[in-house]
Write a protein that binds this ligand. Structure first.
Ligand code: MLT
Ligand code: MN
Length: 303
């Protein structure tokens, strides 16, 4: 598994943000590393990769995947794309992958409908590429097939998470936003939830004993955007559980102690992006990592 992008929508530093956390990344003062938008890639063999979401930064993110075989004129370095939702940061990259010509997609029926009817992303992609779709159902582990139809050795299971639909969705349907659990033949388990409004007991039960948990680290505090004068809505109103506070993700994640846990989808305002911040210290003291682009994990399923 490779983290291709670990920032929330807008990236880090977000283009219009000049607050101190963003400015530190621009200054290159060693405290903060720029990050591209939320995206990951998984593989059972290091050769055949599946994208988890498709960020607007996908063209340059794909440089982290294996290069084309010698002599190849064109090469698509992934087998397909699995989506958690239809948000801009997780789906706009599909448009930028239209040159693939054949772009297998796994997502829930609600995500597929929003992409086709509400954002129009899928209509654009389908004008250029075939997009064979495998519907994801909640609680069912489904095989991820390679482009040639052969088994990849990976399965994916979608599970519902607390969230509202994207702002541009015309209706609220079940499973407009999900987390993903991926498994390989060795039994290795990866839980991926880059957008989640509450780390409730069902989620913690799923995360417990996984080999790796990648979880929403958008905001440090619930009132972060309001306190900084750049927004009017709390983290929770934006469907992101803040890291800090008694009901924050940090306290909840302490309950799954021993499970390797990494924050992803980190907003350009989050002080945890700074290596010398109190927030970073508190996170690392809890045994949790702040994800960065290019971070790699080799899961063995030895548990
Ligand atoms: C979110 O994570 O809340 C959404 O992706 C918002 C956005 O960036 O459009
Ligand atoms: Mn997002």
């Amino acid at each position: 598994m490779i983290l291709l992008g670990t920032a929330a929508g807008g990236g880090y530093p977000q283009w219009n943000c000049w607050l101190p956390v963003s400015s530190a990344a621009r200054a290159g003062d060693g405290r903060a590393t720029p990050r591209t938008q939320s995206c990951a890639a998984v593989s059972a063999d290091g050769v055949h990769w599946f994208l988890l979401n498709a960020s607007p930064d996908i063209p340059r993110q794909l440089r982290r995947l294996p290069a084309a075989p010698a002599g190849a004129a064109r090469h698509v370095p992934f087998e397909g794309v699995v989506l958690t939702d239809a948000e801009v940061d997780h789906s706009l990259g599909l448009v930028l992958l239209r040159e693939a010509r054949h772009l297998p997609l796994w997502c829930t029926p609600a995500v597929h409908r929003i992409l086709r009817e509400d954002s129009g992303v899928l209509r654009m992609v389908e004008a250029f590429a075939e997009v064979p779709w495998t519907p994801l159902a909640a609680g069912v582990a489904q095989p991820l097939a390679r482009r040639d139809g052969s088994p990849s050795g990976l399965t994916v299971e979608a599970f519902g998470v607390a969230a509202d639909p994207p702002r541009f969705a015309t209706r609220a349907e079940p499973l407009h936003t999900v987390g993903l659990e991926l498994r390989d033949a060795s039994g290795a388990r990866l839980v991926y939830a880059p957008g989640i409004g509450d780390l409730d007991e069902p989620f913690l039960a799923r995360a417990r004993g996984a080999d790796l948990v990648l979880v929403d680290g958008t905001f440090w505090t619930d009132d972060e955007m309001i306190a900084l004068g750049v927004g009017t809505r709390t983290a929770r109103a934006l469907d992101h559980v803040p890291m800090s506070g008694p009901d924050g993700s940090l306290e909840r994640l302490k309950r799954i102690g021993g499970t390797r846990t990494v924050y992803v989808h980190i907003n350009t305002t989050n002080p945890a992006l700074l290596a010398d911040s109190e927030a970073r210290r508190a996170i690392e003291a809890a045994g949790i990592a702040v994800g960065h682009d290019g971070m790699e994990f080799h899961l063995t399923g030895s548990r």
